[in-house]
Write a protein that binds this ligand. Structure first.
Ligand code: PMV
Length: 326
């Protein structure tokens, strides 16, 4: 069971160890940047960060990370002016630049650790700060990824279904995050081995949506995400599978598929009800809904086609502290 209202992160003195999951987008990536609905779940692949006092601020032993533009500097400078040097070490099971939320997991775990070390932090604030860090460092995007990493479980943005968790905004668009119950299904996600380039893909889709048929494409993103969320709530696998495949067609139409992603989906087809690319695209990963009991067969097909498959269950645990060993 996923807690509909995840608990605050309690105040904890340094050193602090925190963790957060990666994410998989089922419906609505790209459209969500414009405020249409999205459905994601937190992956059972996590990133862990250890935050401790130090003589010089460092990330994984490198002092440069504290001054180079990026998530780490933004977290330290923009969100937490701690006024004391910190050494942060990370370990992660989320493949980098795969579209599976490695940056969101790092940001959410780091924000949970820094929040704990500065008197504790409630979930909505943790979600807003994590989004703020990503926005500041990346300059573009939606709060979907960081919301899933902070909340755990299944989360929908900008759909009326489910229990409200929090709202987020970037000054122009507002997103409402809601908890969606976990139907208990097993998924297969697979990395193509081609790093995805999120900001470039997001910008190219933005240009595509400014073409004359842009409003119609955005309407299709919205319709397929709403129908997919309804189908998941009804636990209707066939319909969810059909909507995944339909969502993929819209993503292909806006130009973010890749021959390797198409090859992986083709290889998966006999063992899956439906599937699509997941994340920004042009590389990155796919997600497939297997026929029940055929998860391993599906993973094997994908591996034979050159992908790196993961058989995953959504993690109900969002960003959280790891208790120190006694
Ligand atoms: O590939 P990722 O994990 O960065 O996912 C990007 C999802 C987009 O909708 C394309 C952008 C966003 O910020 O929501």
């Amino acid at each position: 069971m996923t807690d509909p209202e995840p608990a605050p992160v309690p105040a904890t003195p340094l050193p602090v160890t925190a963790r957060a999951p990666g994410k998989c987008i089922l419906f609505g990536e790209h459209g969500v940047v414009r405020g249409t609905p999205e459905l994601l779940f937190a992956l059972d692949l996590e990133t862990q960060v250890v935050v401790q006092a130090a003589e010089h601020t460092q990330l994984n032993g490198h002092g440069d990370a504290a001054t180079a533009p990026g998530y780490f500097r933004t977290a330290l400078e923009e969100m937490w002016a701690l006024g004391r040097p910190l050494a942060v070490r990370t370990t992660s099971r989320v493949p980098r630049r795969s579209g599976l939320g490695s940056s969101a997991a790092f940001v959410a775990a780091l924000a949970a650790g820094l929040g704990a070390a500065t008197g504790g932090i409630d979930r909505p604030t943790l979600a807003r700060r994590s989004f703020g860090i990503e926005q500041h460092a990346q300059g573009i995007g939606s709060p979907g990824d960081t919301t899933a990493s902070v909340a755990g479980g299944y989360v929908a943005l900008n759909d009326a279904s489910g229990t409200e968790l929090w709202t987020l905004e970037d000054g122009q668009i507002q997103w409402t995050a809601r908890r969606i119950p976990d139907p208990g299904w097993i998924w297969v996600v697979a990395y193509s081995g081609i790093p995805r380039a999120a900001p470039e893909a997001i910008r190219s889709v933005r240009e595509r949506l400014e073409q004359p048929d842009g409003p119609e494409l955005l309407r299709q993103f919205e319709a397929v995400a709403r129908a997919g969320i309804r189908a998941l709530l009804r636990e209707d696998r066939e319909e969810v599978g059909a909507r995944l495949t339909e969502n993929h067609r819209v993503l292909r139409e806006v130009g973010v598929s890749h021959p390797r992603l198409e090859a992986l989906l083709e290889a998966a087809r006999p063992s899956m009800i439906g599937g699509k690319l997941t994340g920004a695209g042009r590389g990155g990963s796919i997600v497939a809904l297997p026929f029940p009991g055929r998860e391993l067969e599906l993973a094997r097909r994908i591996a034979r086609a050159g992908g790196v498959p993961y058989i995953v269950r959504p993690s109900s645990r969002g960003a959280s502290l790891v208790a120190p060993e006694q």
